[in-house]
Design a protein around this ligand. Structure first.
Ligand SMILES: Cc1ncc(COP(=O)(O)O)c(C=O)c1O
Length: 388
């Protein structure tokens, strides 16, 4: 018998992500899928037309390695207009295959074996395996339980001479928490005397509610000078399947980033980049996004307020977290992950357990719903959730 060699896994702790598991279960059981974070409605037709146009115009071969110039120029103009950050499209901006690749590439570019990288838990599930792949040491600092606010004393205590980078994410998945200007100033002060790099995951930058402004690291020169600022067109334009994002970083950081990028994906698909560049000429779609999602948040929260779920604050993103401890069913006492399985199978609504965002599986009886859904989908889910 031919024999496949046995491997020692580079990521022994990693299995299939909870998002894939819950989406598969939702499909299998016909549940309303409020688990994985993606819209169930389509993007603007004009964006699709722009892709077709780009393809017909012959933009079907490799673009330049850092990305189509028009898209990098559009991003530079946006960073200046929105956040006051001057950046050079030739040296400071790279187009990536979504934020996921951007984060991995940034980590591989700067983290040497043994370097420490601080993550603030709960955090997006790719950060930790990315650090491990680079041979880095993951240093976990919890956000304040309940409020999910940054604990600057704890972050300060975690910084050592071996700290290479800190990863932050505002607006925050999974909690929907948003960092304030004061938070960013405190971070700036904390990092100023250090050589710690900042990886600022800002994929939900246009989903900040109630009149607040997104506090991009780009607004703070001290932070911008040490930051990889990561965006995703998937979130902003309802095209998560396109997997196109960008990284903005000072020239010396971008140079290192591109060394890895060119031997990782090399380039990102060309027609989408042309289409996005053309579409970005009109800022209205991203300016209107907060109001668009705030209305959905309010619809969903108003419905949940009629149930026994405990509503957590939701200042940004398209996620709403809820406490399950007051539900009238015995399953409320299950671990979050088992509760989510039960909720999907028996009640017909898929959710994600917050414990999936912690290395130690910390269970606080909180689950996350995604409200990037048609109103009728949200109403169908609320009808089912009202039974609890
Ligand atoms: C916090 C966060 N970062 C990064 C990503 C990945 O974005 P992309 O689809 O552009 O790779 C997501 C997607 O859910 C996310 O929630």
């Amino acid at each position: 018998m031919p024999k496949t060699p046995t491997l020692t896994s580079r990521l022994p702790q990693v299995g299939t992500t909870i998002f894939s598991v819950m989406s598969a279960l939702a499909t299998q059981t016909g549940a309303v899928n409020l688990g994985q974070g993606f819209p169930d409605f389509d993007c603007d037709e004009r964006l699709i037309d722009a892709v077709t146009k780009a393809m017909r115009e012959g933009h079907n071969q490799y673009p330049p390695m850092p990305g189509v110039p028009a898209l990098r120029q559009a991003m530079a103009a946006k960073m200046q207009a929105l956040y006051g950050l001057p950046c050079d499209p030739d040296t400071d901006i790279t187009v990536t295959a979504g934020a996921t690749q951007a984060i991995l590439t940034a980590i591989l570019a700067v983290v040497h074996p043994g370097d420490e990288v601080i993550v603030l838990e709960p955090c997006y599930d790719s950060y930790v395996p990315n650090i491990e792949l680079a041979g880095g040491k993951v240093v976990r600092v919890p956000l304040v339980p309940g409020s999910f606010r940054p604990d600057f004393d704890a972050i300060a205590a975690a910084i050592t001479p071996r700290t290479r980078a800190l990863i932050i994410n505002s607006p925050h998945n999974p909690s929907g928490q948003v960092w304030s200007a004061d938070d960013m100033r405190r971070l700036d002060e904390l990092l100023a005397p250090t050589d710690v790099l900042l990886i600022s995951d800002e994929v939900y930058e246009h989903m900040v509610f109630d009149g607040q402004a997104h506090q991009s690291a780009a607004r703070y020169p001290g932070l911008a000078a040490r930051a990889f600022i990561i965006s995703s067109f998937g979130k902003t334009y309802h095209v998560t399947g396109w997997k196109v994002g960008t990284v903005v970083a000072p020239a010396p950081l971008t140079a290192e980033f591109r060394k890895v990028h060119q031997f990782n994906v090399f380039t990102v698909n060309t027609p989408m980049q042309h289409a996005l560049a053309a579409y970005m000429a009109d800022p209205a779609p991203y300016f209107q996004l907060a109001a668009f999602y705030q209305r959905k948040r309010d619809l969903f929260r108003d419905g949940l307020a009629q149930t026994r779920f405990r509503l957590l604050p939701g200042q940004g993103t398209y996620f709403q977290c809820v406490g399950i401890e007051n539900l009238a069913v015995a399953e409320r006492d299950l671990p979050e992950a088992d509760f989510c399985q039960w909720l999907t199978r028996e009640i017909g609504v898929a959710a994600i357990p917050l414990s999936a965002f912690y290395g130690n599986g910390f269970d606080q009886k909180v689950v996350r719903f995604c409200f990037a859904k048609k109103d009728e989908t949200l109403k169908a889910a609320l009808e089912r959730l009202a039974r609890l």
